[in-house]
Design a protein around this ligand. Structure first.
Ligand code: SAH
Length: 467
């Protein structure tokens, strides 16, 4: 696997000082996975290109293999955690920002071009742009054909990645060492607590504010929720992060709400109503926003009428449980093709949410404070803008009838608010006015004369002319 870095600011060969590798020499080193080389393909006044080549030792690679198919794979060729590990070994001094001979050089932002000839990009080619663009890179991604000699064979699942930026070499190497393994989404070594430390050190100054930080942290730490939590705690300091909050919410939601509502199995009833309405509206594709442990997803999946289903949640833990309950890894291919679950926050505009007939928000909005709710409203009604949106939320007036709920308390500890029927009606009118939807509100659960029903649902639809 190969990585090239080009400096285009004259004197371009300053790159040699910064990388601690003399352009006139070939540098070689034995690394744990094989042999690394650094050489220069050009070193003129205007352009200087350093290449890092890692030749993986195939015997070393299969030593840990358990199954026959693991002996033949893409690992020797695609930029991955092997390359990242080699970068820190070979360019360690540059990544620390040290240069004894020319101490002023490492801090200098240079016009740099980076080439990575072969990458895998889990999440599609646009994932590379989503990871690198927020850091100021211009990104190009080209798909490799399966075999250039046989174009009729079609395309492979590998890409060539090109990046340009005015940046310090140190920053570029650091970004690559984190984001290449994230893009590849596989790690060749055991990921433990020391990876959290490495990630927070390398992520200093950019990761906490990166719009894809959830994905980056989660993939880098192989979705181990304890490590992910730790990383966020360190990254965001004492501020409770949205992830921590939401994860706590999901867990509590599972227990407390279940306890309170058990006698009525209100939640089952609620899911039944949501699914039935969607079907009546002729909806074929649904994005379940804040899908939690996937109860609605399961219901939708069981109904062939729904052809495409997406579940989004900010909580990794909830998604892991969802994947397990839905038996995603054991579903027959045709079923599997209908459903996707993905981690994401509903507070940020997200292209993955576009193009669905309907979106659902089942018992989600009451977990958000007003500023966040306003952000979510725009994400859903303005940007994703599906034809229909079904929103359910508890009815506060009904709380009086829950024998085991103290007065003035929300139905569960993390609710930011519970609304009365009048408040729901008012919120609904606001959405209609601002985003051009029309809404119908209905009760969910047994209706009490004085207090109404335990839960309420608003179904928003876009009139023909507003689509
Ligand atoms: N809809 C599910 C879960 C409801 S609990 C059900 O009916 O069973 C609320 C869910 O919203 C939790 O899973 C929580 O993780 C999720 N959530 C809260 N804030 C979120 C946000 N900003 N982005 C995405 N999901 C969020």
């Amino acid at each position: 696997m190969l990585l090239s870095i080009t400096n285009t600011a004259s004197p371009a060969a300053d790159l040699g000082y910064i990388l601690h590798k003399n352009p006139a020499n070939l540098f070689t080193a034995d690394v744990s996975s094989g042999r690394a080389m650094v050489f220069y393909t050009e070193a003129s006044e205007e352009r200087c290109t350093a290449c890092l080549l890692l030749e993986i030792d195939p015997v070393e690679l299969v030593r840990g293999a358990r199954r026959a198919e693991e002996y033949v794979n893409d690992r020797p060729y695609t930029a991955s955690s092997y390359l990242a590990a080699t970068m820190s070994r070979v360019f360690g001094t540059a990544m620390a920002g040290n240069c004894a001979q020319r101490p002023e050089l490492p801090a200098r932002a240079l016009p740099l071009e980076i080439g990575v000839p072969v990458i895998r990009s889990r999440g599609g080619p646009e994932m590379a742009a989503r990871l690198f663009e927020p850091l100021g890179y211009t990104v190009s991604v080209e798909r490799h054909p399966l075999d250039a000699a046989f174009p009729e064979w079609g395309e492979s699942s590998y890409y060539r990645l090109g990046l340009r930026a005015r940046a310090t070499v140190r920053d570029v190497l650091t970004h690559l060492s984190v984001l290449l393994p994230v893009l590849d989404d596989e790690k060749h070594y055991f990921v433990g607590a020391e990876e959290v430390e490495k990630l927070t050190r390398r992520g200093e100054g950019w990761l906490a504010s990166h719009p894809m930080r959830h994905t980056i942290v989660s993939r880098y730490l192989k979705r181990q929720s304890t490590l992910v939590d730790q990383a966020f705690e360190q990254l965001l300091g004492s501020e409770t992060s949205e992830v921590e909050q939401a994860e706590a919410v999901a867990e509590k939601a599972a227990h407390v709400e279940r306890e309170l509502e058990r006698p009525m199995t209100l939640h089952t009833h609620r899911l039944h109503i949501v699914a039935t309405r969607l079907r009546e509206l002729g909806v074929k594709s649904v994005a379940d926003l804040g899908c939690g442990e996937g109860k609605l997803l399961r219901r939708l999946l069981a109904d062939r009428h729904f052809e495409r289903i997406l579940g989004i949640d900010v909580s990794h833990r909830a998604l892991e449980i969802a994947a397990e309950r839905l038996r995603l890894d054991r579903l027959p291919e045709r079923q599997r093709a209908r459903i996707e679950i993905a981690q994401g926050s509903l507070l940020y505009r997200d292209r993955r949410l576009a193009g669905f007939d309907a979106a659902t928000l089942v018992e989600v909005i009451e977990h958000l404070d007003p500023a966040r709710l306003a952000a979510l409203e725009r994400v859903v009604f303005e940007f994703a803008r599906p034809r229909h949106v079904a929103v359910t939320t508890p009815n506060r007036e009904y709380n009086a009838l829950f024998a085991n709920l103290p007065q003035g308390k929300f139905r569960h500890g993390d609710h930011r608010f519970d609304w009365t029927r009048a408040e729901v009606a008012e919120w609904t009118r606001g959405i209609e006015k601002r985003f051009g939807y029309r809404a119908r509100v209905e009760s969910i659960g047994p209706v009490d004369e004085a207090h109404g029903a335990p839960s309420q649902m608003a179904v928003f639809s876009l009139p023909e002319e507003a689509r």
